[in-house]
Design a protein around this ligand. Sequence first.
Ligand SMILES: Nc1ncnc2c1ncn2[C@@H]1O[C@H](COP(=O)(O)OP(=O)(O)OP(=O)(O)O)[C@@H](O)[C@H]1O
Length: 362
Amino acid sequence: MTEPYVRLEALDMAYPGHHAVKSLNLDIAAGEFIALMGPSGCGKSTTLRMIAGLDKPTGGRILIGGRDMTEVPAEERGTPMVWQSLALFPFLSVEDNVAFPLKMRGESPNARRRLANDWLDRVGLGGMGKRDISQLSGGQRQRVAIARALVTQPSILLLDEPLSALDAHLRVHLQTELARLHRELKITFIYVTHSQSEAFALADRVVVMADGIVQQAGPPRDVYRAPVNAFVAGFMGMNTRLEGTVTGRADGMIWLDCAEGRMAVPDTVPVAVGAVQSFVIGADRLRLLAEGMAAPVGQPQVSGKVVGMEFVGSTQTIFIESDTGRDFRLQRLDLGDDATLTPGTPVTLTWDPRHAWALPNT
Ligand SMILES: Nc1ncnc2c1ncn2[C@@H]1O[C@H](COP(=O)(O)OP(=O)(O)OP(=O)(O)O)[C@@H](O)[C@H]1O
């Protein structure tokens, strides 16, 4: 990264009785879309609130554009925030809500009206400026909140679960609009979410947190395919974790004795023969073997039975329990040809060992 635009340096927040953020270091480039994700209580919102200046860190520094902002009051930081719960003024019109930060800044009534309506147009609410907030739907209100945050033309927009109060259809719709706004505005977005699909769809980089500590930061594909530890692998959800005793190395692969048989994984970790090594295999990498077929030479072959199926539009997830009692998840396109895969159906799984990923032993 060239010079970061936002730098969080050993950022710490120790509430009385709870250490919420622990010496967090993160560099964010100008114009980057960053998603902070992790389970409830991991410190995502606290981190965002510290960047906004709403919570004062108990340690570390926040630099924005090279300037130390740690002691700068929220209203002077130029870091507006959009929340899950809509903090709009119910007694002001839509236009006045959007224009409010401009009024605080002392802009003239004409400039306020013009800019507010420009932004209402940009978020798809053109012509609705005179309405009361109560006359808008949840999705429309969230657009007002976004317009109000952007009307001052900040260089950073902070978003804390901005879509989580909306229904699934609206969420996807507004997600697309946020992506468009980010492309057009080219400003830095820092986005807190529980939702892996939202984070993956929107962010240039995701930052996975647990217990106040950054576990992994990287492009969504890297974090999904190459988790750095068991926590991140588990948080990504759609993979199966196996482990075995290392028996040797050959041709860029580590060979392991697992309960499910002899397996190989790409040799990316320094591990000794005789040690136990974990690895993951993505749900989309697993394949079912047709009845009576053997796996290609060098590929594992794991037998088990179907325990459940889930359909999500054009894809399906098949839950399989192996004969060794391990849970596998297999994800594939739904081609409508698996009426016979009911719970209890015996199946055999395989995968290309080059798609497995050894978890670094940190
Ligand atoms: N003012 C406070 N005093 C004491 N503890 C707090 C305070 N605010 C937050 N916490 C605790 O700090 C931890 C991190 O909170 P935070 O809101 O950052 O989590 P989060 O990752 O955003 O979670 P969620 O996804 O549920 O919003 C939680 O355990 C929370 O209970």
